[in-house]
Write a protein that binds this ligand. Structure first.
Ligand code: NAD
Length: 340
């Protein structure tokens, strides 16, 4: 296998090199994959991509022409890949379904506490020698009702952590977990009930046709005044324009976002010299009650090592002519022997 790693970030390369035990021929490109950069994949039969790389049908067709057969997504979410088209072209795509749900859930809880206890404001104030508590009164999480949208790998760790805080947990998921109900008292309900009664809402669904803009003006309008929303899932699950309206009118008291629907080309890069032009993100960044982190919830040492290890074990499995369990495409496996 010859592998080109798109969107290779400085902080992950050492993990990827360490996981490449059998020394596949790997090159790293810091560029994101799109229709313009797809040509970089000429001469490689395998590529690895990250969340903001574009693997739409047009890009996949280009990659296919260049001889790319395998795509290893270094992430759990794969909403940026047209899986159907990849399957149609006979390409193999796999993700890293679980690398550390703790990394994301812990980050979500960190964002929640930062907002509830006004930690960013406190830090700014004390650095300006203001040690007053006047702006810093928060509230206990204990006894509050938290609505989890999505209780898969990450949502279930959230349920466990928040149960430890003494929160009451409501959940909305198309596949409810009896185990979570029994262990942590999670009560499943309709999205509307969750929205109407939750003090805090945390989003943990994938982005797909059913969840795109799941949080929109009609859902925001039904929310309890003063709700705090945390989104570490995908930006596109929230209609950002509607969100801004409901932050402005005070229904939403605070919003913690690790993801943004138009983050591509902005998040993961240093724009400190030129600034950014995106008007919605600029507005969100200007709001004191909005906490933004640049899609960093996954960025722990443990998660990065697990991502790298799974990525290379997937590629090794492909190179042995076997379909890995985490493959997302369902075309018949071709004989891959001699394809290293
Ligand atoms: P998962 O597949 O284990 O869980 C997703 C849950 O959402 C499942 O329980 C599923 O039944 C539910 N679901 C799916 N469609 C739904 C719908 N229409 N309505 C209600 N529930 C629905 O995934 P996970 O590992 O928990 O990850 C969740 C998402 O978090 C990923 O898809 C990814 O987009 C995002 N994520 C973000 C980061 C980050 O760094 N910010 C890192 C990893 C994952």
């Amino acid at each position: 296998m010859r592998i080109l790693v798109f969107s290779a970030k400085e902080f992950e390369i050492s993990y990827l090199n360490k996981a490449n035990h059998i020394h596949f021929d790997v090159e790293f490109a810091n560029k994101q994959l799109d229709i313009e950069t797809a040509a970089l994949a000429k001469g490689f039969n395998c590529i690895s991509i990250f969340t903001n790389d574009d693997c739409s049908a047009a890009v996949l067709n280009e990659l296919h022409l260049f001889g790319v057969k395998y795509i290893a997504v270094r992430a759990a979410g794969f909403d940026n890949v047209d899986i159907h088209e990849a399957g149609r072209l006979g390409m193999h795509v796999a993700n890293v379904p679980e690398y550390s749900p703790y990394s994301i859930a812990e980050h979500a809880v960190g964002m929640l506490l930062t907002l509830v206890r006004k930690i960013t404001t406190a830090n700014e104030q004390v650095h300006a020698n203001n040690f007053s508590l006047n702006n810093l009164v928060g509230f206990d999480l204990h006894g509050k009702r938290v609505g989890l949208i999505g209780t898969g790998r990450i949502g279930s760790i959230m349920a466990k952590i928040l149960h430890g805080f003494g929160c009451e947990i409501l959940a909305y998921d198309i596949a409810p977990s009896q185990d979570l109900s029994e262990k942590y008292g999670v009560r499943y309900c309709a999205l509307n009930e969750l929205s109407l009664t939750s003090d805090i809402i945390s989003i943990h669904t994938p982005l797909n046709e059913q969840t795109r803009y799941l949080l929109n003006k009609s859902l925001f309008a039904s929310m309890k005044k003063g709700v705090i929303i945390i989104n570490t899932a995908r930006g596109g699950v929230v209609n950002t324009s509607d969100l801004i309206t409901y932050l402005r009118n005070g229904i939403i008291a605070a919003y913690g976002m690790d993801v943004y629907e138009k983050e591509k080309g902005i998040f993961f890069f240093d724009h400190s010299l030129k600034g950014i032009a995106d008007p919605m993100l600029k507005e969100l960044l200007s709001m004191k009650n909005v906490l933004v982190t640049p899609h960093q919830a996954f960025a722990t040492r443990e998660a990065l090592m697990n991502i790298a290890t799974t990525t290379f074990s997937t590629i090794l499995t492909w190179s042995a002519g076997v379909r890995p369990d985490n493959e997302l495409t369902h075309e018949p496996v071709l004989s891959l022997m001699g394809n290293k």
